[in-house]
Design a binder for this molecule. Structure first.
Ligand code: NAD
Length: 373
């Protein structure tokens, strides 16, 4: 039986990569050990893991030593630990942060990173990118509502009538659509924009207004994703988005292009025209940001406009996101066990394997221009 170790996330991460239900799903293929207290911040006690069949291990070092497979959401191991013959599986965001892979180089270590999972039908149960995007879109709206100095819905009272807050959502993929749906449920008036024409009906079906800016280019071979737009088109977008941004009370930006820097949709000159109290949540912060002023992991106050470049809002709903991640990771691990024999011919395993025996093998990572450091 393969030995799986579940790490407690480091830093202030409240997420856990495997829940007690995940232990149940994996126990036919793995002997499972969990670092003490790994699930407590997402609502899973050590007792719950034990009841599901896992063993609790006191320290990280002991857990790693006793495991062949080591699972975490994003946390890494510290340098100095013997990592020979270990396989690490996580969501390391390797294309945006290549420092994360340093400890694994030059050892006999394998690393699989699920931010590289293909968006295919077979890979759908393992699609962590969608789980993260969906919860981030939802949480971005709640965070913006909390930070805004306005109430979101229309309110009629003895003192008069308050108009609904105006939300502008840029990028209507998984995160953007969830943000639109959440803002509508709170009673906001919502407008949204995306370069992919198929989003028009999706945006409208959620009750939001689609901002039409003609002239975008699409590529059928891009697997449903957006491609880079021309400078002229982006200039047109900047002008139109400037007009909409000045009106908005909250802006949530989610626009990304796989493997590239995120497009700049909100210029500094636009922020200078915005009303004080406007809140911008930039969910593309990790990919360079959609607003020119965004700073990764920082909250900026620019003339009273709040620009939130927090990379992860997930800790605010750690139980929900851990539940989804655990389902994604356990699907991947069970798939791994049944397909590892033919790894060389397997699209999912090939796409997610970043390091093979201490050597970087991912082509995107090897191409320097795709690394955003
Ligand atoms: P993403 O995170 O890469 O991008 C988010 C959004 O930003 C996309 O909708 C994109 O069109 C938009 N965008 C890019 N450049 C822009 C610009 N200049 N201006 C405005 N918007 C811009 O994408 P995502 O949310 O992960 O997924 C996008 C699509 O991929 C989904 O809507 C879906 O159709 C498809 N998808 C497929 C699967 C699957 O097959 N399993 C899973 C998830 C998503």
């Amino acid at each position: 039986m393969k030995k799986l170790g579940v790490l407690k996330e480091i830093n202030s991460d409240k997420i856990v990569s495997l829940s007690p239900i995940g232990v149940e799903k994996l126990k036919n293929n793995f002997t499972i050990r969990v670092e003490k207290g790994a699930g407590i911040a997402s609502g899973y006690t050590d007792e719950m893991y034990k009841t599901s069949g896992a063993e609790i291990i006191e320290t990280k070092a002991e857990l790693i030593e006793k495991s062949d497979f080591i699972l975490s959401f994003g946390s890494l191991v510290e340098e100095g630990q013997n990592l020979d013959n270990k396989t690490f599986i996580g969501f390391y965001n390797v294309l945006n942060n290549n420092a994360v892979i340093q400890p694994y180089l030059n050892s006999t270590t394998d690393v699989y990173s699920l931010d590289l999972i293909p968006r295919s039908t077979i890979a759908q149960p393992m699609d962590i990118i969608s789980s993260v995007a969906s919860i981030s879109g939802y949480q971005a709206v709640l965070t913006a509502a909390e930070m805004s100095h306005m109430v979101v819905p229309m309110v009629t009272s003895a003192g008069g009538t308050l108009r609904p807050a105006k939300f502008l959502i840029l990028g209507a993929g998984v995160a953007g659509l969830q943000a639109i749906a959440t803002a509508k449920r709170l009673g906001a008036s919502v407008k949204a924009f995306d370069v992919r024409s198929s989003t028009k009906n999706e945006i409208k079906s959620l009750g939001a207004e689609f901002i039409e800016i003609e002239g975008s280019v699409e590529n059928k071979d891009a697997g449903g994703y957006a491609i880079e737009q021309s400078e002229e088109y982006l200039k047109l977008v900047n002008e139109r988005i400037a007009k909409e941004s000045i009106e908005a009370d909250v802006i949530i930006t989610t626009a990304k292009i796989p493997g590239k820097k995120a497009p700049t949709l909100i210029l500094k000159s636009t922020v200078e025209l915005m009303k004080p109290g406007t809140v911008i949540i930039d969910l593309a912060a990790e990919n360079g940001g959609n607003c020119e002023l965004t700073k990764r992991n920082e909250i900026i106050d620019y003339n009273g406009v709040h620009i939130i470049g927090l990379v992860s809002l997930l800790n605010r709903c750690s139980n929900s996101i851990s539940y989804l991640l655990s389902n994604n990771f356990s699907s991947f691990l069970n798939y791994f066990v049944s397909h590892i024999e033919n790894e060389k011919d397997n699209e999912i395993l090939k796409a997610t394997k970043v390091i093979d025996q201490g050597r970087i093998i991912n082509q995107q990572l090897l191409k320097k221009e795709n690394i955003l450091l």
